[in-house]
Design a protein around this ligand. Structure first.
Ligand code: FFO
Ligand code: ATP
Length: 189
């Protein structure tokens, strides 16, 4: 199935989740990640501010702060993503594509991030993902090797057998859904 068809099909499925179901499943996904050694070990965690029924990240953010971890969120700058440190008092402004972005100005280089939660629309069983088709995360992560650890968050309804792949696609190390944590082969975690 072409990327665009797959993307709109899954977006439609995800949009159909009602608020209660979305909240319950988001909690389950986040609790699974919170229970991993990956989260426990990370001193700096990158999150995203959800749009369009993406898995919520609020519990991850609160737990990270409670643990004294550093938390960063992305901001779109032209074709690039920047990551900014965020605390409980950070303000948010409406950025590109309707995503809220930190108002602060404390930039953190991606090499200083231990675990990056990567948003996406469709995910497959080998760690490939499809975003909204602008390539921001693929560009940001190109050439970064194993740091940061790339973790996808998804509802099971977003996972398919095979996502069409291209040369520039950056594979995830770990995918977390409400039913499990999958660590992909080929990485030494
Ligand atoms: N929550 C979240 N934050 C994120 C991303 C993301 O996927 N999710 N990004 C991941 O890159 C970056 C922002 N990039 C984005 C790119 C496109 C769209 C999007 O909804 N595109 C619409 C068209 C919107 C328009 O052109 O006005 C679409 O594809 O239909 C959203 C975010 C950084 N922050
Ligand atoms: N490493 C890269 N260098 C230059 N351009 C890139 C790179 N990675 C992706 N792109 C550009 O981004 C475009 C969109 O890529 P793709 O369809 O894989 O995005 P996506 O994974 O759905 O989106 P996103 O990463 O934003 O969530 C590609 O057509 C390509 O031109």
């Amino acid at each position: 199935m072409p990327k665009r068809t797959l993307r709109s099909l899954v977006l439609e499925r995800r949009a159909a989740l009602d608020a209660e179901c979305h909240a319950r499943r988001s909690r389950a996904v986040q609790q699974r990640l919170l229970a991993t050694r990956h989260f426990a070990r990370a001193g700096c965690v990158g999150l995203y501010r959800p749009i369009r029924n993406e898995v919520a990240t609020d519990l991850l953010c609160r737990q990270a702060w409670a643990d004294g971890k550093r938390v960063v969120y992305p901001r779109v700058r032209g074709e690039r993503l920047e990551f900014l440190a965020v605390g409980p008092d950070t303000g948010w402004i409406e950025g590109t594509f309707g995503v809220r972005e930190p108002a602060g100005d404390e930039r953190v280089e991606l090499v200083a991030v231990d675990l990056l939660v990567v948003p996406g629309v469709v995910f497959d069983r080998d760690g490939h993902r499809l975003g909204y088709g602008r390539g921001y995360y693929d560009r940001a992560l190109a050439g970064h090797g194993c740091r940061p650890l790339r973790v996808g968050l998804a509802f099971d309804l977003q996972v398919v057998d095979h996502v069409p792949r291209e040369e520039h696609d950056v594979r995830l190390h770990v995918l977390v859904t409400e039913t499990g944590v999958k660590e992909f082969a080929g990485f030494d975690l």
